[in-house]
Design a protein around this ligand. Sequence first.
Ligand code: F6P
Length: 545
Amino acid sequence: MSVPALRSSPEWEALARHWRSLRGTTLKQLFDADPQRGTRHVVQGAGLHLDYSKNLVTDETLRLLRKLARARGVFERRDAMFRGDKINETEKRAVLHVALRAPRGERILVDGNDVVPEVHEVLDRMAAFSDKVRSGEWRGHSGKTIRNVISIGIGGSDLGPVMAYEALKHYSRRDMTFRFVSNVDPVDFVEATGDLAAEETLFIVCSKTFTTLETLTNAHAARDWCLEQLGGDEAAVSKHFVAVSTNAAEVGKFGIDTANMFGFWDWVGGRYSMDSAIGLSTMLAIGPEGFREMLAGFHAMDEHFKSASPERNLPLLMGLVSIWYNDFFGAQTVAVLPYAQYLKRFPAYLQQLTMESNGKHVTLAGERVDYATGPIYWGEPGTNGQHSFYQLIHQGTRLIPCDFIGFMHSLTPLHGQHDLLVANLIAQTEALAFGKTPAQVRAEGTPEWLVPHRVCEGNRPTNTILAERLTPHTLGALVALYEHSVFTQGAVWGIDSFDQWGVELGKQLANKVIPQLQDAKEPKLEHDSSTNALIRRYRAARGAN
Ligand code: F6P
């Protein structure tokens, strides 16, 4: 698809002029000029409240950004995604994670085939299986009930399940152990299984392709570990292994009965798959009802994205505002700061969602972009981050827009501690926006030489996202918010947010290096001098030559 040039478009040029005219405008000036700003620049959707008033934007900025979105065809592309068009152009695939949470009865066609009944068929099978495991009806090879669930996967087949398990721990079965193995570093597998008994353990092997080196290696290690403890009887595999994949042939080859396989489809991208069967561990942990509640949260945000006006559309606004900082202010990163310990893996999850999606250097037409695309997402839960990296956000030389995420109610109330948590969230957004002037610093009796060190310039932009409490529904809405914000960014940049060709090269080269590390005889090395030397060094240390 040919996408018109972005930088030379009138909409982009208007934004560039507007950005120049705003240079030097502070958040303090914007708030002083409009006493209603803090209540005007807020929107609600799918149970989330977004306060975007502490951003370096005016009504005109927002108008121009919406105009840009319109000119770039964001709304048409959004509708094409929901319709099931093949908008992942480099892989010629539909992009239909929204179908994973479509209610029964909705129709979404891919190649003339309604995919919604298939989605619900898998969900029903997952629910029946989860009920069996959770009730103790599903027994291991020796007749014991399953107490431990280990999900093996990597990237999109791991980060979502881990994040969701941690986020929804409050709702999970506490008499069961849930663990996640992703890294090909054997430490991951060994530490996850060291204190468990195979006869009480169920492995879920999650891999869209079922060819991923890390996952297959760990799955084989799991099989050996299981069979060793269960007397080597191959029949044990069917009681202790299930698979989640799109590749039935490879699942069968591995030795997992495809009756124990939960499928999904090539129109679900790995990083968009936590609400597919890839989330089986989530369902086992919180139960089918909880999982359906999470899907309802996703769906509520999908509906909001589809139907809310551009002025009040949360994902659209967040996506556009991040483009504003990324491309006009030159901000290179976005910090995501959940004030909720349960969301400790949320930034890591978002890193794949955002950076694998929008880390692209060519347009859909294959032309090199002349503007910055996906920013770096990072973060840690508050208040912990306040005592490590916030200093740089407050007083460093870089502009780091931040998303603060908080909840009105704690799931584990403890003597007003939640008030302290939320007070910190609110105070940080205030401090970042308005800082502390030299006059304020002097008024505190600070000696003159110390004044510059204590001044905080402010003008650091933030979004504040609030919800009542962290429920499965809220989590679904929150993830969908970022999914659609990423979509908005990618649509404006005219890139393919749904492929990931860049990760292939490293995989191919690793496959070449593996035998070179393991060969008994000296391999012929034809890499660059650094790579050759590193291989030789490793071989020498391992006594290979
Ligand atoms: O390495 C990138 C990637 O392809 C991700 O996009 C994906 O989520 C992950 O690997 C795992 O892939 P699979 O589910 O096929 O094992």
